[in-house]
Write a protein of this length. Structure first.
Length: 261
């Protein structure tokens, strides 16, 4: 390509050549950043294509430090096929993440590499990755409704955490009752792994737990696949916590036992 007709030199520097070079760099970056794809097929428990199920590709943090969560979603077609186009370089975990359909509880680190969640790595040498995944058994659905024991009014902020034992792989969900029905979707429930004994904790800031222990409630439960259960729970206001929250900064300083005099 000739650029002599539009070139001019300024202080001995060819300006046109610099502009062409920049365009080539931008083109190379665009190709390397957005020419990649993750695709595959999702198979149901019956061996048939899983249609109209949302699938997520979650970027895995490459280091031990904190990373911004990056996730993209796609919906399977009539053949159970899904595709994520224009993804960046890196490792991804891919799994069914469709809460309303009962899927998404199996997306933790322990699920990586199973039939239900797979990992792929997108690199310049391997810009295209293909997966074959299977739907896990449908979860159970737990709906927790909290009310104030002293007034009977609804407690809007609800935090629910679920674990197969008291310590391992605990997942936590916090939601506001006022935002439960957005865009026609019911969002205020928790998915529970089916046919599994789990420990469930429920809490809300400013309230004591069921047994008055550490402002946290904890009970065990087991749900079958697709079961729907609602817990109606009354919590007692934590007056000490509320009194502390209502103190001014100067009051907090004087009430702290080890504050300097």
């Amino acid at each position: 390509m000739s650029v002599s007709a539009v070139c001019s030199k300024r202080n001995g520097v060819n300006i046109c050549s610099m502009k062409v070079y920049r365009c080539v760099v931008v083109l190379m970056l665009s190709t390397s950043m957005f020419g990649q794809r993750i695709h595959g097929v999702l198979v149901g428990q019956d061996g048939q294509p899983a249609k109209k199920i949302m699938v997520a590709a979650r970027w895995l943090c490459p280091g031990p430090g904190l990373c911004r969560i990056s996730q993209t979603s796609a919906v399977t077609d009539q053949n159970g096929e899904f595709s994520f186009n224009r993804v960046g370089f890196g490792k991804y975990v891919v799994f069914a993440d469709d809460k309303e359909a009962g899927y998404g509880y199996d997306a933790g680190p322990a699920a990586t590499g199973t039939l239900y969640a797979g990992t792929v790595e997108i690199t310049p040498e391997h810009p295209d990755a293909e997966l074959r995944l299977f739907l896990p058994p449908k979860a159970g659905f737990l709906d927790v409704r909290l009310t104030d024991q002293s007034t009977g009014t609804e407690i809007s902020t609800v935090t629910v955490s679920v674990a197969e034992n008291s310590d391992a792989n605990r997942s936590q969900t916090t939601f506001e009752r006022s935002n439960c029905h957005l865009f026609g979707h019911d969002l205020c429930y928790v998915l529970v792994p089916p046919d599994t004994q789990v420990t469930v904790r429920v809490s809300s800031a400013g309230y004591e737990g069921w047994d008055g222990k550490n402002d946290v409630t904890e009970r065990t439960m087991r749900l079958a696949s697709g079961d729907r259960v609602t817990w109606e729970v009354q919590l007692k206001p934590d007056l000490k916590w509320r009194a502390l929250m209502n103190q001014t900064p100067s009051q907090l300083k004087t009430s702290t036992p080890n504050s300097p005099k």
